[in-house]
Design a protein around this ligand. Structure first.
Ligand SMILES: [Zn+2]
Length: 137
């Protein structure tokens, strides 16, 4: 079992886990069991999250709890993070970013935004209900 929180940081890492940019090249298809046909193309805007990749087949993944994936790989600890000019990301797990959303607004969604979203989802919060978010700035 690979888990970013149970293993030491691999040598040669670079920090950063809220990256937004444009695809400059696309590599060969993955052989992962989680591979799905990608509609991504060069020039598309995408984001890279704290959770760099997931297996898509373990119990947490099948329950939609990506952050607990048994084989999850974290940006900056298992894979070099987003404080680079060019960053590698798995085509099946980068996040498409709409053109109308600027980088400064989109980047925090790759970590803090997902954390809040996950909490709201777990709470089954519905439109029109009130929630309290601690630590949001
Ligand atoms: Zn998994």
């Amino acid at each position: 079992m690979l888990n970013a929180f149970k293993h030491p940081i691999l040598p040669g890492q670079i920090g950063g886990h809220e990256g937004v940019g444009r695809i400059v090249t696309i590599g060969p298809p993955t052989t992962s069991t989680f591979s799905t046909p990608s509609t991504l193309k060069i020039g598309d805007r995408v984001g890279i999250k704290w959770q760099w990749s997931i297996c898509g087949t373990c119990p947490p993944c099948l329950e939609g709890r990506d952050g607990l994936c048994f084989e999850g790989r974290a940006s900056g600890t298992y894979m070099p993070g987003t404080f680079q000019q060019y960053v590698l990301g798995p085509a099946n797990y980068v996040t498409p970013i709409p053109e109308g959303l600027d980088d400064v607004s989109a980047a925090p969604l790759m970590c803090a935004g997902l954390t809040v979203y996950a909490a709201l989802r777990k709470a089954n919060a519905r439109a029109g209900e009130w929630v309290v978010v601690l630590g949001a700035g």
